[in-house]
Design a protein around this ligand. Structure first.
Ligand code: ATP
Ligand code: MG
Length: 353
């Protein structure tokens, strides 16, 4: 197992620039304890760069990332730059270019972080959302017709391929096999009559190869309700690009806040670097004040450690998160505390070392 890793850092915008150093401090500390060394190449790719130079990243951006062991991204976004610029100018090209077809978003309720949902207790709510990350509803196919006329219309196509759906389902079923053995597939094949019935068929086909894994499918509307009413029943939830996106924000809220939620964009075959980014955005409303919760970014760093093969180091970080939340009252303001990003990170580092 490699003990030196070359990481591409894209802090991005807003609080992305504040939580990324926190994640690196934790990586360095856990690395010192477990004999792993990290070197970082930092890239200023962001909406700020877009404002200055007209592009989120340079034309050869993917080539500059290609030879790193992993990519860590803080957040990109800017109230003055339309969301589709940051999505299509950076996130989607990286996800697609590096075939990061799995977006993995673990959800846990921690002791000391109250969930807004009744009965959502620590140790009981522990599931993973697996989101299809490169096709589905996020497509460029479609158009606008008859602009300005009474007959004006918009058409948007969703793309579901056998290969693209099957590989993410395989990932979800295999993951469930290493956990509590249960897959819930998000669908809406009663209303969407072509793509999602195809998705459902592929779920049933994939399940045949995983006889030890139980599975069910739920329509997305009912599934949203069940995540709020019975979050403890889930193990692995798998959904299309759009459904997975919505479910992971919902699930993060159940766990007590979007500032806690980690995410990994994985290329499971390791042909290309995978990208690790917390679920939250650039949070322009609190950016620059040093009060962002670094927990999501730090947990994201733990996912990166696991992907790089350092399972023990990853569990050191997760253990430190559990201990700082359960054993100290140190919290950032989004969790009702008064600690700064730096104070919380410092407290956490005590448990890492
Ligand atoms: P973007 O356009 O970059 O997605 P956004 O405002 O749409 O940004 P988020 O950045 O996720 O979405 O912010 C949503 C809300 O959650 C904001 O009020 C923000 O302050 C809060 N928030 C998000 N992440 C954190 C964090 N790490 N710590 C504290 N508050 C956070
Ligand atoms: Mg947003």
């Amino acid at each position: 197992m490699a003990t030196h890793h070359h990481i591409a850092l894209i802090p991005g915008d807003g609080i992305g620039r504040e939580v990324t150093p926190a994640a690196c401090a934790v990586l360095d500390a856990v690395g010192a304890r477990h004999g792993i060394r990290f070197s970082y190449d930092e890239f200023d790719w962001s909406c700020a760069r877009y404002r200055e130079l007209g592009a989120m990243m340079p034309a050869d951006g993917l080539d500059r990332l290609r030879h790193h062991d992993a990519i860590f991204l803080g957040a990109v976004g800017d109230p003055g730059v339309p969301d589709h610029i940051s999505l299509w100018g950076l996130l989607i090209p990286i996800r697609r270019g590096f075939r990061q077809y799995v977006n993995l978003r673990p959800i846990k309720v921690f002791e000391g972080v109250p969930s807004p949902v009744r009965g959502a207790e620590p140790g009981v709510v522990d599931f993973v959302v697996v989101r299809e990350n490169v096709e589905g509803e996020y497509s460029e196919i479609g158009g606008r017709l008859n602009r300005g006329f009474p007959e004006e219309m918009a058409v948007q196509e969703a793309v579901f391929t056998r290969a693209g759906v099957t590989r993410v389902l395989e990932y979800a079923f295999t993951l469930a096999g290493s956990r509590r053995g249960r897959v819930t597939s998000a669908t809406k094949s009663n209303g969407i009559v072509h793509t999602l019935p195809f998705w459902d068929e592929l779920v049933a086909e994939t399940a045949v190869g995983h006889p030890a894994v139980g599975w069910e499918q739920e329509h997305i509307d009912a599934l949203c309700a069940k995540i709020v009413l019975e979050p403890a029943r889930f193990d692995v939830i798998v959904g299309s690009n759009l459904f997975g996106d919505i479910l992971s924000d919902l699930a993060a809220a159940v766990a007590g806040g979007i500032g806690l939620a980690p995410a990994a964009n994985l290329n499971p075959e390791r042909e290309f670097p995978s990208m690790f980014e917390p679920v939250h955005g650039s949070a322009p409303d609190i950016a620059g004040r040093g009060i962002a919760n670094p927990l999501g970014a730090i947990w994201t760093a733990a996912l990166m450690l696991e992907h790089l093969g350092h399972v023990e180091a990853a569990s050191t970080v997760e253990g430190a998160l559990v201990e700082v939340l359960a054993g100290t009252g140190i919290r950032t303001p989004d969790l009702g505390g008064t600690a700064s990003t730096e104070e919380f990170t410092k407290a956490l580092l005590e448990f890492v070392r």
